[in-house]
Design a protein around this ligand. Structure first.
Ligand SMILES: [Zn+2]
Length: 440
């Protein structure tokens, strides 16, 4: 079993006591953290020692909603008139791009973003995937990218009736079974659904039957735009969460993404079913769909997670965006500071601990060895009282100097030593050029 000793770190443990340990050390054996504290480095004979140089040493960050397949959209302008609303953004950009992806595009778009995530100190990504031209086996292709970079992933395929009824159901079922029967803990699975507006009753019923049978949760967009709510009311005569509730979709392992336009009564469905809502503030601003009612959701006791929705892989920056957007929306400089940090550091961890078999998100013995040393030297005191300020004003701009995922050093002095980064980037540029040319 390989062992790793980190010395001379400012340990931000995020453990139950919330300890900050100056000049602390951390010992890793295999995939687990086994010792954390002020012990003498002579206690162990590790395979490798990493001197943190007084920098913060933190648990790896978690992204609770990503779209790895969106990678090659960077810089792409869809042909035709620019989109003027959310439905046009879907039909003119995303549903053209995802249909044009082949299996190799799926692999490289995942690989590249996971490299970025590792470099931003993120070690677990919950992804929501669509590639209608290569559905079957697509989650295995993404899994290969996770294993090549070394991060943990929770995958799903977004079922929708937009191309053909029930597309993606079999891929979810297959992959959930695979994780359950053959998994080693690195990968987890949810049952993916696009959004209620692209799903008929027959499809929802089939999905619910299968997921219930497999004891799997769902990962679905909900109330991202006002058009989703309008659709539910006009077509089905009920709210979005009520429609999902009628099929048994909410629950402790289910993720409802965005929640921008959830009516107050619908927010209580999330609380009553112990579901998660995952907000993505940069994406909401980018699509001009509104601001999620985060403070009200928290007041109601709803579990609130944080994701990037494909906008980036920088989770600390996303916490900053949540904090800033809520202050702007409420016109109140006293809100959302603590809430944004807790969503990132505590709530995303709680979500992962429901989805994965190995505990993560703390520097404590027995936890998965997902550890990041940001390249950050604070010039004001960094301790329990000041950490959130450092997170939202400094650490959010700091790349990882070292990222350890599942006990393995995946970012070493800012580089990913196990991958040929230049060759991968060149290959991605070539794939993106060909992909863009296929989109009409
Ligand atoms: Zn999304």
């Amino acid at each position: 079993m390989t062992s790793l000793l980190i010395t001379n770190g400012l340990l931000v443990t995020l453990d139950r006591q919330g300890r900050f340990i100056e000049n602390g050390s951390l010992f890793i054996e295999g995939r687990r953290i086994t010792d954390v504290g002020e012990f003498s480095p002579d206690r162990y004979r590790p395979d490798r020692v990493i001197d943190a140089g007084g920098r913060p040493v933190m648990p790896g960050l978690i992204n609770a909603h990503h779209h790895l397949y969106s990678t090659f959209a960077r810089g792409f302008t869809p042909p035709g008139e620019p989109a003027r609303n959310f439905e046009q953004i879907l039909s003119r950009l995303w549903w053209k791009l995802d249909r044009a992806l082949d299996a190799e595009d799926v692999y490289y778009s995942a690989l590249l973003v996971l490299m970025e995530a590792a470099r931003a100190g993120c070690t677990t990504v919950i992804d929501h995937h669509a590639s209608p031209s290569c559905v079957d086996g697509s989650l295995d292709v993404i899994e290969r990218a996770f294993r090549d970079v070394g991060l943990s992933g929770c995958l799903c395929y977004e079922v929708s009736d937009r191309n053909r009824e029930g597309e993606g159901i079999a891929e979810n079922e297959r992959y959930i079974r695979k994780c359950r029967d053959e998994g080693d803990g690195q990968m987890a699975a949810l049952f993916g659904l696009h959004a209620q507006m692209t799903l008929g009753d027959r499809t929802l019923e089939r999905c619910a039957d299968i997921a219930l049978n497999l004891d799997a949760g769902f990962h679905v967009h909900a109330a991202e735009d006002a058009s989703d709510l309008r659709h539910a009311k006009e077509r089905h005569g009920k709210g979005i969460m009520q429609r999902f509730l009628d099929f048994g979709i909410p629950g402790p392992k289910s993720i409802f993404v965005h929640g921008v336009h959830l009516e107050p009564a619908e927010r209580d469905v999330l609380k009553e079913t112990d579901s998660f809502v995952v907000v993505n503030p940069e994406s909401n601003m980018n699509n001009a769909v509104g601001t999620p009612p985060v403070l009200d959701l928290l007041e109601r006791g709803v579990n609130l997670g944080l994701g990037t929705d494909g906008m980036s892989s920088h989770m600390a920056a996303q916490a900053r965006a949540l904090y800033l957007s809520q202050r702007a929306a409420h016109g109140d400089p006293a809100v959302a500071f603590v809430e944004a940090c807790q969503a990132l550091l505590e709530s995303n961890r709680a979500l992962c601990n429901r989805l994965f078999t190995e505990p993560r998100g703390m520097l404590a013995p027995g936890q998965l060895a997902d550890v990041v040393i940001p390249d950050y030297s604070p010039f004001t005191p960094l301790n329990a009282d000041t950490f959130y300020g450092h997170l939202l004003f400094g650490l959010c701009f700091a790349p990882a100097r070292t990222t350890i995922a599942r006990g393995r050093v995946v970012v070493d002095d800012g580089r990913l030593p196990q991958l040929d980064e230049d060759a991968i980037r060149a290959r991605c540029t070539e794939r993106a050029r060909k992909l863009w040319a296929r989109i009409e």
